[in-house]
Ligand binder design. Structure first.
Ligand SMILES: *[C@@H]1O[C@H](CO)[C@@H](O)[C@H](O)[C@H]1NC(C)=O
Ligand SMILES: *[C@@H]1O[C@H](CO)[C@@H](O)[C@H](O)[C@H]1NC(C)=O
Length: 184
């Protein structure tokens, strides 16, 4: 009898001790402001001085194909085109009489510039630490960093429904290298 009472008491005690812990754990999970990934996305937006209306787009831009089917591959293509289009727009706005040859050359120069520097630009922003990849994939590999870097501009283009705004953010990040192309 007393043994049973003791068992019940310890069960009650266990329950009393256990449930507040459980409640606390649940509270701390639900009230946790953001995951490390979300915090990294926030920091990235501060760095590039662009705040997404739909941060889901940036999430996707920072997701490599090895991690998920919902990845940044198409955004990366759009990002590259957006930057090229934005450069064309600004060059022609400055000089509507620019020859097609010069314009094509400026775009080609920019493209090789973007291709050559996307890994460095992306790394400078710390994208290798943000982009989500499968455990077997090296997130510092230039192709991974470049893909994420370009996809970021594709994401901005969609977020704003405007290719030029993506280009402007690009110039903000890559300002120095653009001087020559824009001066033409
Ligand atoms: C805590 O969360 C778990 C899993 O979601 C749930 O089963 C449990 O009932 C919750 N406990 C409390 C005290 O809310
Ligand atoms: C990942 O890639 C970077 C850049 O190419 C390289 O320096 C590094 O050694 C690689 N790490 C691993 C674990 O392969």
């Amino acid at each position: 009898m007393s043994y049973l009472r003791q068992v019940i008491r310890s069960l009650l005690l266990a329950f009393v001790l256990y449930s507040p812990l459980q409640a606390q754990a649940n509270t701390s999970v639900s009230s946790r402001p953001t995951s490390p990934f979300s915090i990294a996305l926030q920091t990235l937006q501060n760095q590039i001085q662009y705040t997404f209306q739909d941060v889901e787009l940036l999430r996707r831009a920072m997701t490599h194909a090895s991690y998920s089917g919902e990845n940044n591959r198409a955004l990366s293509v759009l990002g590259e085109k957006a930057v090229e289009g934005s450069v064309s727009l600004q060059l022609l706005r400055k000089n509507i009489d620019m020859s097609p040859k010069d314009l094509n050359q400026a775009i080609a120069e920019l493209s090789s510039n973007v291709v050559a520097s996307c890994a460095a630009d992306g790394e400078r922003l710390g994208l290798q630490k943000i982009v989500r990849v499968s455990p077997k994939t090296n997130s510092s590999a230039p192709a991974v960093v470049c893909g994420a870097f370009r996809a970021m501009f594709g994401a901005i283009a969609i977020d704003t429904s405007n290719l030029d705004s993506a280009g402007k953010v690009f110039f903000g990040i890559h300002g120095q290298g653009m001087g020559k192309a824009m001066a033409m």
